[in-house]
Ligand binder design. Structure first.
Ligand code: ATP
Ligand code: LTN
Length: 339
């Protein structure tokens, strides 16, 4: 993140909301992939606490989960020596740029966001303006760091698109202020589905805890949840990604594939002719074994509050410095007095 010449490494920005315990979906669709990118790119990863409050949170829990998320990033293999790790609300530039970008975003385009539609349906008693302008804050997160790439799960691609549109609109008026970012999807695992309603994505804010696997679940709970995953009555292990009736089995095969560095087709071939119970048992074991070392690391790191504090404080300082360069440029362009 520090080099400034034209040969600088490409930049990456991403983050997760501390809005619940992190799921297997968040891990496979997002965090796991960041690990592989950190050597090749200048990376900044944040805990997106400002986004979390678009849905009501219990303050003490939000604070606690923000630190847990940081510990989990590190436990998953994100190296704080290589990446900038910070808490979104500790860098005021995000809120500041977000305001400016609000004035370059149309109500019509925000209205089309499927996440807004889904979340307003789910929280009908609290359809607040923050939920509506959520993608604008997300655009600010990304554009402040002049990120080239944004590794996210499939559900976030629409937000990356609107971010690009906002940036292009701003650049068209004021010259090349923002780097136009691109979304980066993993080949498999970009959309892990709910274990109970496999046509819906696995989500950490699902009311039914059986629908998601939390990275913090007891291992026997994980196994139980996988064993009670919804499948179908056909009883055939086959990967048919376009067949909605197979959504449950497809999901199990996809999970197994990412956990074992294989493909869903190959996994299906391996279990051909066997019962769903056997497949579920194997998936449960693969998931538990994949999570086990992360949990051991997590349990160690979360106890060291001073270590975590050192990381997020340092992260906020560096993030602020980088973000401020972009913010100053933007303020100058739009006509604010900056000296
Ligand atoms: P919430 O339920 O609170 O909206 P969420 O579980 O959707 O949260 P986010 O914090 O919104 O999680 O997402 C963090 C990252 O995880 C994003 O990059 C998102 O695309 C990815 N992600 C979320 N759910 C899945 C999933 N089921 N499969 C793959 N990736 C996912
Ligand atoms: N909206 C994202 C979290 C998020 C994010 C970002 C991801 C907020 N700001 C910037 C990438 C880049 C989500 O995953 N729900």
């Amino acid at each position: 993140m520090e080099t400034q010449n034209t040969e600088r490494k490409k930049r990456i920005f991403s983050g997760v909301q501390p809005s619940g315990t992190i799921t297997l979906g968040n891990y496979l669709g997002a965090i796991r992939n960041w690990v592989a990118l950190q050597d090749e790119y200048d990376c900044a990863f944040a805990m997106m606490d400002m986004h979390s409050i678009t849905v009501r949170q219990t303050p003490a829990e939000l604070r606690k989960r923000t630190l847990e998320l940081l510990a989990l990033y590190i436990a998953c293999g994100i190296d704080p020596e290589k990446c900038i790790l910070f808490i979104q609300s500790q860098n005021s530039a995000h809120a500041e740029l977000s305001w400016v970008l609000n004035c370059f975003t149309y109500m019509g385009e925000l209205n089309r966001m499927t996440q807004f539609k889904d979340k307003s349906a789910k929280h009908a008693d609290n359809i607040n303006a923050g939920l509506f302008t959520y993608p604008v804050l997300m655009a600010a997160d990304i554009l402040l760091y002049q990120a080239d790439l944004v590794p996210v799960g499939k559900d976030q691609m629409q937000h990356i698109e609107i971010c690009r549109d906002i940036a292009q609109r701003f650049n068209a008026v004021y010259g090349n202020v923002f780097t136009i970012p691109e979304g980066l999807l993993v080949k498999s695992g970009a959309k892990i589905m709910s274990l109970q309603e496999p046509t819906k994505k696995m989500s950490k804010s699902d009311e039914n805890p059986k629908a998601f696997i939390s990275m913090m679940d007891d291992f026997n709970v994980i196994a139980k949840k996988i064993k009670s995953a919804v499948t179908d009555s056909e009883g055939v292990i086959e990967y048919r990604p376009d067949d909605e009736n197979k959504a449950g089995v497809n999901n199990l095969l996809s999970i197994m594939a990412v956990m074992t560095d294989s493909t869903p087709e190959k996994v299906a071939a391996l279990y051909e002719g066997q019962g769903y119970g056997t497949l579920k048992g194997a998936v449960a074991e693969a998931v538990v074994e994949g999570i086990r070392p992360i949990r051991a690391e997590y349990d160690r790191i979360i106890k060291d509050k001073a270590y975590l504090q050192g990381i997020y404080r340092q992260g906020a300082e560096t993030a602020h410095r980088i973000a401020d360069r972009t913010l100053k440029k933007v303020y100058k362009k739009v006509g604010f007095v900056i000296d």
